[in-house]
Design a protein around this ligand. Structure first.
Ligand SMILES: [Zn+2]
Length: 174
């Protein structure tokens, strides 16, 4: 599936406990695609961005009658390690819980919800799911991705200086 768009009526979706699963390709997510580095020598790809994004969207209504959406996203993408500059897999497994409502009422709702765990989504008859999924992945992406384990063959940059992004990452972690 490429160049798909889909919009849901999010209140109706939640009321009916609907569930939607599917896959997006990077062709569907051009902004995300631009953030990922694709090696030019990846000849078999024919400029077609590699990688898949799987999603599952579940609508539900809680005991208080509030409409909710649960979104799970898993990615199987490729980015560039900022330490060794080789390709590395970018596998994200994300979960989001949204409360559907009128965002202008957010102050009223804020007392009821833990804002760390639940995000507000404006009730909409045409919620753009691809844009939402793309935004969530972009926000979840590491600023300077590096391999979790040893990089193996390390390409030493001239002057043997540490990559500035790798240093930044160390500062944030500590
Ligand atoms: Zn690496």
């Amino acid at each position: 599936m490429t160049n798909q768009t889909f919009f849901i009526d999010n209140v109706s979706f939640a009321k009916k406990n609907e569930r939607l699963t599917g896959e997006l390709s990077l062709t569907d997510c051009p902004r995300l695609n631009e953030l990922l580095v694709h090696s030019a020598e990846n000849s078999h790809s024919n400029n077609r961005p590699a990688g898949t994004i799987s999603y599952q969207l579940q609508g539900k209504t809680d005991a208080a009658g509030q409409h909710l959406l649960d979104l799970s996203i898993t990615t199987n993408l490729t980015t560039t390690c900022q330490r060794c500059l080789n390709e590395m897999p970018l596998k994200l497994s994300l979960k989001f819980n949204y409360l559907i409502g009128d965002v202008s009422d957010v102050e009223i709702e804020a007392g009821d919800i833990d804002s760390d765990e639940v995000d507000m989504q404006q009730s909409s008859q045409a919620m753009d799911m691809i844009a939402l999924i793309e935004d969530e992945i972009i926000m979840a992406m590491p600023i300077a991705p590096i391999h979790n384990e040893d990089c193996g063959e390390i390409i030493t940059q001239s002057g043997d200086k540490p990559n500035p992004f790798a240093v930044l990452k160390g500062l944030i972690k500590s």
